[in-house]
Design a protein around this ligand. Structure first.
Ligand SMILES: [Zn+2]
Ligand SMILES: [Zn+2]
Length: 351
């Protein structure tokens, strides 16, 4: 009989974790997040237990915490840009050796048998489950992951720098692919936080001209420093017509202007899981001339593998602001204000 699971005796039984008590504004009177003591999760069959080292703070965590996304799991622990060390494997689980540093992303599980899963589009699986929404995520000292949905983390990245690659990076990469930017073309990025600044690096490496639209003065300056050709206000007319654009800001009100800024045949990809309502569009001004408007839903594991290989090869440099684990609420308020240079990352365990 092979050994089915390591003994968990050496691990603590309880841990510190943030949880969403009652969804609501992070900058309101009542704090929606609380730091609590929870049992350390036990890995089930096919699952790996990870001691969390770092966890990135993604805009989606804000949507989960504030209630823009419906509650899928009461008192969920947010966080889905997790870097951690494997400390135990569940029964029949052997992909990662103990001590391996792995990454845990947003996509936690897909069914593998529906028509979407069977046609290379598991990101559209109707049964998909997500880290930090359907299951407890990485604003905690320990977390479990189905082993097939975790990633090897390229060695060149330290655990702070690697965290934002797991969602901001992967989703940005998928959005970039969906935006169909022609070689040597011009790309507009609307919103310039964790995801956009990584996407900008991929585009610039390919010789694509990048134009940024964001309300934050610091974010505008950061975009120019990274190599953007122009940095504009969120609703500005583009200095040149754009071949493609990606909207990272969850502001539907920005969509008409982003479409108007496109050249004939251009594409606008909406990268977020949540968007406020889009105002009415004018056909001639916003859609005619074969403009394409598309959204981006999560990612496949293939996207993740491809992106992490690319990130390693290009030596991408995510900008990060480390936060103490106990300051997760403060980090979310910072993300909400939107004027941010790179990505906030919670420092949870020691490397
Ligand atoms: Zn499926
Ligand atoms: Zn995310």
């Amino acid at each position: 009989m092979p050994k089915q699971a390591e003994s968990l005796d050496h691990l603590p039984t309880t841990m510190r974790a943030w949880q969403v008590t009652t969804p609501g504004p992070v900058d309101g009177d009542r704090a929606p997040l609380a730091l609590v003591t929870k049992p350390v999760p036990r890995p089930k069959r096919g699952e790996t237990l990870v001691r969390v080292l770092t966890c990135g703070v993604c805009h989606t965590d804000l949507h989960v915490t504030e209630g823009d996304l419906p509650v899928h799991h009461a008192h969920v622990t947010p966080g889905h840009e997790i870097i951690g060390e494997v400390v135990a494997n569940g029964p029949e689980t052997r992909r990662f050796a103990l001590g391996t540093r792995i990454g845990i992303p947003w996509l936690r599980w897909t069914c593998g048998v529906c028509r979407f899963c069977r046609s290379g589009r598991e990101n559209l699986c109707p049964h998909s489950q997500y880290t930090g929404w359907d299951h407890d995520g990485g604003y905690a000292e320990y977390v479990t992951v189905p082993e097939g949905f975790a990633y090897q983390v390229p060695e060149r990245f330290d655990s702070i720098t690697a965290a934002p690659l797991l969602c901001a990076g992967i989703i940005g990469y998928r959005a970039f692919e969906r935006a169909n930017v022609p070689a040597g073309g011009r790309l507009g990025l609307y919103g310039f936080g964790g995801s956009a600044h990584i996407t900008a690096q991929i585009a610039l490496d390919q010789g694509i001209e990048v134009h940024v639209f964001t309300r934050g003065q610091d974010a505008q300056a950061f975009a120019l420093k990274l190599g953007a050709t122009s940095a504009n206000g969120a609703y500005d007319v583009a200095p040149v017509k754009l071949d493609a654009a990606i909207m990272f800001a969850p502001a539907g009100a920005m969509v008409p202007n982003a479409l108007a800024n496109l050249v004939k045949g251009g594409t606008l990809a909406l990268a977020g899981i949540h968007l406020s309502d889009v105002p009415s569009l004018n056909y001639q001004q916003h859609l005619f001339h074969e403009k394409t408007l598309t959204s981006v839903e999560s990612n496949t594991r293939k996207d993740g593998e491809t992106f992490l290989t690319l990130a390693d090869r290009l030596a991408l440099r995510p900008a990060t602001s480390p936060y103490a684990f106990t300051k997760a609420d403060e980090a979310l308020r910072f993300v909400k204000r939107g004027d941010i240079e790179g990505a906030c990352v919670l420092r949870i365990g020691q490397d």
